[in-house]
Write a protein of this length. Structure first.
Length: 375
């Protein structure tokens, strides 16, 4: 054996170096083990929930629930409310109803899906109120421009007027409204050297509008050039100059990348974009009473959830609009807009129904009631 002393080292120094090296190695492996445990914990925290409405095992007698909508964004107010609704239905029926969501217009456009919901081929869908109103005229009361001018007023109006409208809509369309989604106030988006600030500014722009008679009439009352056009055609129409703008919530405008083909947005409060959660009445009536109660409860609670979730999400989208260099204008005084838009109401009472004027007065009384409460 070669002795340490032969190489000029003392036995004590060799032992000291050995123990120091051992201490360093132990520290390294201890630190590495700690780091590995942290990483493992992070991975564990990131793992999906092993027990939720999407991955619970199927069971005998389970009722399928086909849920469909048109938005292809993973997180939007559409996806957020329908995920919440589907989860709550699963919870309150103890996995007795199993939902499957089909986003991104996989099962058709909003009107087509509303028709399939009416027929019971789709069980739940989320059409825009203005699109469903082509089948359920009663809902046009919500489309009247400036029927309400704040989000809280809209929410209160929905809560008070929907119970009156539900039996009417069932009769008109064979679908039942069980909740409401709110995408935010429709804002003008457009390509122009100057902003839209007063109604006469619309005269120089071809603006896309949904094919709803009240919305078309609103633009005409302001002196605009409304061009009815389907939503899926809009990006190409903007790109090719067929239209120069339109109006939609910022979530849709930025989420659909319209900022690539427009440069301005103008905020005002003529109407909010809402989507009722509708269920097939045929499917609903085939459920047991406890399951019907579960669906109604899920609709109410999903509505409350989205009213909390959506404003926070919307602010994020406005920040994204600013980052994309979109020029944002706020209309400070909407008096002229309100006066001209409300002037068309009498002409469109009939689109709501034979009692359209009375229903409109009821809606205005509900809004006035809310305003009085808040004073």
């Amino acid at each position: 054996m070669i002795r340490a002393e032969q190489h000029g080292f003392s036995v004590s120094s060799v032992r000291q170096n050995y123990y120091e090296e051992e201490r360093i190695v132990r520290k390294f492996f201890t630190t590495a083990a700690f780091a590995a445990s942290i990483l493992a914990s992070a991975v564990a925290l990131a793992a999906p929930n092993p027990f939720d409405w999407q991955n619970l095992p199927k069971k005998p007698g389970q009722i399928p629930m086909v849920v469909a909508h048109t938005v292809n964004m993973e997180w939007s107010s559409h996806t957020a409310i329908l995920k919440r609704f589907t989860e709550l239905v699963a919870i309150y029926t103890d996995n007795g109803i199993r939902g499957e969501i089909f986003p991104g217009a996989q099962l058709g456009g909003e009107r087509e899906m509303a028709q399939q919901t009416r027929q019971g081929k789709i069980h739940v869908s989320l059409p825009a109120t203005n699109n469903l109103a082509t089948m359920a005229p009663s809902l046009n009361v919500f489309i009247l421009p400036y029927i309400a001018t704040s989000t809280d007023e809209v929410n209160y109006l929905q809560d008070k007027l929907t119970p009156i409208l539900v039996p009417r809509v069932i009769k008109e369309t064979n679908v039942r409204i069980v909740g409401w989604e709110n995408s935010g106030w429709r804002a003008f988006f457009y390509k122009s050297a100057t902003p839209i600030e007063k109604p006469s500014d619309l005269a120089k722009l071809k603006m896309r509008v949904p094919p709803n008679p009240i919305m078309i009439a609103s633009y005409k009352a302001w002196g605009g050039q409304p061009t009815p056009l389907g939503w899926t055609e809009l990006y190409n129409a903007l790109q090719q100059g067929v239209v120069e703008g339109g109006d939609n919530p910022v979530t849709d405008v930025i989420g659909m990348k319209f900022h690539e083909v427009i440069n301005r947005m103008t905020r005002f409060h003529y109407t909010i974009l809402t989507h009722p959660i509708i269920v097939s009445e045929t499917w609903f009536q085939g459920l047991s009473k406890p399951y019907q109660a579960a669906v109604l409860r899920a609709g109410r609670e999903a509505t409350d959830y989205i009213r909390w979730w959506q404003p926070q999400d919307e602010e994020n989208w406005w920040n994204q609009a600013r980052e994309a260099k979109v020029i944002i204008t706020d209309i400070k005084d909407e008096t002229e807009w309100i006066t001209k838009a409300r002037a068309i109401w009498p002409e469109y009472y009939k689109t709501i129904g034979p009692d359209g004027e009375d229903l409109t007065k009821k809606a205005l009384a509900i809004v006035a009631e809310y305003q009085k409460m808040k004073k």
